[in-house]
Write a protein that binds this ligand. Structure first.
Ligand code: MSP
Length: 511
């Protein structure tokens, strides 16, 4: 059986977790959880990119071994996953033996087939980008800041014949329109491929860089970081073993737009093709969280660390915010005001108040037991019609990674439940002695509870904790498949509701 296999990029060990890492993990987790709800057997991989000059340098500056630095980073990044309730099935570190073995076997394979040659390189090198540069990389005659200090070097290295695969790659991308999502990113790749590509330098002399995987055919060199890092996607799922084909080809590599070109759209497909491994089915390329239009990361020193919001408001609120605000593929500007406004209006007011209403009124008018519905008037019919539309639309949108609009539709339905409550006004019906009003009262309490139960079901991939909490409070505690949960039913009738709960507490004034 082929699993639905999905990966994130693996984070650099040489940095601390920030919103970019958190977002990518949440996005991937939302897709993974959504696929699980749809019945797929999901395998979700994330991990850490541990080799390279920057790690070696930082460790040296701190007077520790590189592996100690990586161990610390692995703790920090795993802790981030835990705090965000990421449901990854595996965590790969590139210093693990299972990874190194596969990297070396791929290198040997391309070497044996004659795709590798040795040559002297004379030119510019950026240690920060761990990359050789050319004059054309200069902007207005200067090296852009991202490259840090650029030095001239002469070095003998090993090169992988990327260029001989260029035409094949162009063809592949043109004839596989679904390979890169969103599609406009594929155009950028094809644009890039209009110019001849250079062969890829896949080695670094050990005298300059020790912290890497030695080349199997020349132990005086270690492997270039990208050749090492990309391989994690296959080393983690047992490339070379029989089980490999139950994972590979991967369904989605989720990556940021900065690492599409050239690593994921040029190096990786060519590496795989050269090694006769199938290509990934899709690359899912997301945009950046920015502040004033600039990519957010720890080192740019933002005033508010967005990750503090996870501690303060809980993982579900954070997950909701990043998924609701970001149109997958595009950039989104982060601000604390935006976060607070989503938190207060969507979560605390619309969703939180609806739950309060259901719990309070069922407690007050029905001794805390959800009553049997018996009335079907326009108000009920309109609400159920909207539910049917919302459900099918949201699932369709989720399938196309349009989570922000899927959530928008779900919250529009939540608002409609609140409107229904106001129009039915159970508090007025409760004052009437008429039997028909009694029936309307019971119906309205049931309808509000059932509609809320269904609405939070749609939030499950994004806010799994909240969904579970609300289901528990409403008495929907049976272990059933998501599809069963999402059927309209009378399962709640006769259920005793839980204690009054504040789902999203209002922050204190000084927070
Ligand atoms: N180690 C490489 C990836 C190797 S994958 C085989 C790397 N690491 S990273 O730590 O710099 O970035 C990890 C992921 O976070 C990348 O997909 C990157 O695009 C994403 N983000 C980093 N900053 C970001 C934002 N400000 N916003 C959204 N995501 C961005 O690259």
């Amino acid at each position: 059986m082929k699993r639905f296999y999905i990966t994130t990029a693996i984070d650099y060990a040489n940095g601390s977790p920030h919103i970019g890492h958190a977002y990518e993990k949440v996005l991937t987790d939302v897709v993974a959880r959504f696929r699980r709800t749809m019945g797929d057997e999901v395998h979700f991989l994330t991990g850490l990119d541990e080799h390279g000059q920057k790690v070696q340098q930082s460790a040296q500056d701190r007077g520790i071994e590189p592996i100690e630095l990586c161990d610390e980073a692995a703790e920090a990044f795993k802790d981030l996953c835990k705090k965000l309730e990421i449901s990854n099935d595996d965590y790969i570190r590139t210093t693990e033996e299972r990874h190194k073995t596969v990297v070396r076997s791929l290198l040997q394979k391309i070497f044996d087939k004659g795709d590798v040659y040795q040559a002297e390189y004379k030119g510019f090198y950026s240690a920060r980008a761990e990359q050789f540069l050319q004059e054309k990389d200069k902007v207005d005659g200067e090296w852009p800041e991202i490259f840090g200090e650029v030095v001239e070097i002469t070095e003998t290295n090993y090169f992988f014949k990327l260029s001989q695969y260029q035409d094949w790659l162009i063809d592949y991308i043109k004839s596989n329109q679904e390979f890169i999502f969103p599609r406009y990113r594929a155009k950028q790749v094809l644009e890039f491929l209009k110019e001849p590509i250079n062969d890829l330098c896949i080695s670094r002399p050990k005298k300059r860089l020790e912290w890497g995987i030695p080349l199997p055919f020349d132990e005086d060199y270690v492997t270039y970081v990208w050749f090492d890092a990309l391989v994690n996607y296959i080393s983690a799922v047992g490339h070379g073993s029989d089980d490999f084909k139950s994972y590979w080809p991967v369904d989605y590599h989720v990556i940021g737009k900065d690492i599409l070109l050239p690593p994921h759209s040029v190096y990786w497909p060519i590496m795989l093709h050269a090694c006769e491994v199938e290509l990934p089915k899709h690359l899912l390329v997301h945009g950046w969280w920015t502040v004033d239009g600039k990519k957010m990361s720890k080192s740019t020193g933002e005033v508010v660390d967005p990750l503090d919001l996870v501690e303060q408001f809980g993982p579900d609120a954070f997950r909701y915010f990043v998924t609701r605000e970001m149109n997958v593929g595009q950039d989104s500007d982060f601000s604390i005001d935006l976060f607070m406004s989503r938190y207060n209006s969507d979560l605390a007011n619309d969703l939180g108040n609806l739950l309060n209403r259901v719990l309070n009124m069922t407690g007050r008018y029905c001794d805390g037991v959800i009553p049997t519905p018996s009335v079907n008037e326009d108000l009920e019919n309109d609400l159920w019609k909207l539910w049917d539309e919302t459900f099918s639309k949201a699932v369709e949108l989720y399938e196309e990674f349009q989570f922000h609009t899927g959530l928008e539709k779900t919250f529009a339905f939540i608002s409609a439940i609140n409107r229904y409550a106001e129009q039915r006004a159970p508090w007025k019906l409760a004052k009437s002695d008429e039997e028909s009003d009694k029936q309307r009262l019971n119906t309205s309490l049931f309808v509000m509870a059932e509609a809320l139960r269904l609405a939070v079901g749609l939030l499950q991939p994004v806010m799994p904790g909240i969904t579970q909490k609300v289901w528990n409070l409403l008495g929907d505690t049976e272990d059933r498949s998501w599809k069963d949960h999402m059927q309209r039913s009378e399962i709640l009738v006769g259920k005793k509701i839980g204690e009054k709960t504040i789902l999203f507490p209002k922050p204190q004034a000084d927070e």
